[in-house]
Design a protein. Sequence first.
Length: 145
Amino acid sequence: MVNYDLVNLIVSSISTILAGVAILLYIIMWNKEKENSNYDIFDTTYLDILKTGMEYPKFRNQKYTRNYKNAFDENEMIQYELYAFICWNFCETIIDKGDKTLLETWGVVIEVEKSLHETWFNEEENKNKFKESFREKMHQFSNNR
């Protein structure tokens, strides 16, 4: 004879385990989708930054950006300062995520942006535009990668 209580217990236990596995798989898939969404957002944002750089190639040229106060006329300097601020905000967003994989992917971009816009970043009038912790990470960035 079959013990129906034992069969019900086994079926109930298997159902609970399968439900737990399904929830775990859902969480894993959700996290993967979230990561992919982050990459899509960063890709789109950086593409916009580069498109602006194509419109204003001097903003992507160290010859000009390292000496921007003398290299640009008044209107170009205002445009460049806004552009540099956008680039640095993009970098800060990546750093703020605290995601090691994201940093591995975008670290090279951060180094490029740092090399282009470090003069602007280090100007006294720009120091209060970023958290001190971010400023410290950027001063150490290339050395610690």
